[in-house]
Design a protein around this ligand. Structure first.
Ligand SMILES: [Zn+2]
Length: 142
C-alpha cells in the first residue's frame, strides 16, 4: 500500500532544516540533495508522445544515487549479483559489531578514524575468540 509520501517530497518540504539544522557532512548533504531532486524537473527529463493518440507524457531523469529509494532497486540487484560472483565456496558467518550511539557525532566528522578503530577492535575480538576456540579444542583432544 502506497502512502503517498516519498522521501524526496519530505526532503523538499523540509530542505531548509535539512540544509541548516541537521548535522550532516557535505557527502551526506549531496546524497540527500540527489534524493530530493530525483525524478523532478530539476534533473531534466524527456517528453514522449504516443504515435496513436498523441497523448504526451513527461518522464524526469533519476538521480542514480545508490542511496535513493527510487533508484536503488535495479542497481542494488546488479550490485548484489556482482558480489555473489565474488563469494568463495566456503561457509560464511555474519558477525555484527556496533558502537554506542555516543560515537555518532564523532563518526560523522572523523569516519576514517572511528571505523578504523572499530575494525581493529572487531578483528582483535574475532582473533581472541579464535584463540579461545583453539585452546578449547586442544584441551578436548588432550
Ligand atoms: Zn534517485
Amino acid at each position: 500500500m502506497r502512502t503517498g509520501y516519498e522521501v524526496g517530497n519530505l526532503l523538499q518540504r523540509h530542505w531548509i532544516k535539512v540544509e541548516h539544522q541537521l548535522k550532516v557532512n557535505s557527502w551526506q548533504l549531496r546524497t540527500l540533495s540527489a534524493v530530493r531532486h530525483c525524478r523532478t524537473a530539476a534533473l531534466g527529463g524527456h517528453k514522449s508522445v504516443c504515435t496513436d493518440c498523441g497523448i504526451e507524457s513527461i518522464s524526469y531523469n533519476s538521480c542514480r544515487n545508490r542511496h535513493c529509494p527510487k533508484c536503488q532497486g535495479r542497481q542494488r540487484e546488479a550490485w548484489l549479483e556482482k558480489r555473489r560472483t565474488e563469494l568463495l565456496p566456503v561457509k560464511y558467518f555474519h558477525v555484527v559489531f556496533t558502537l554506542p550511539d555516543t560515537f555518532n557525532q564523532l563518526a560523522l566528522y572523523k569516519p576514517k578514524e572511528v571505523y578504523d578503530a572499530l575494525f581493529e577492535a572487531s578483528w582483535q575480538t574475532i582473533e581472541a575468540f579464535l584463540q579461545k576456540t583453539k585452546n578449547i579444542s586442544a584441551l578436548k583432544q588432550a
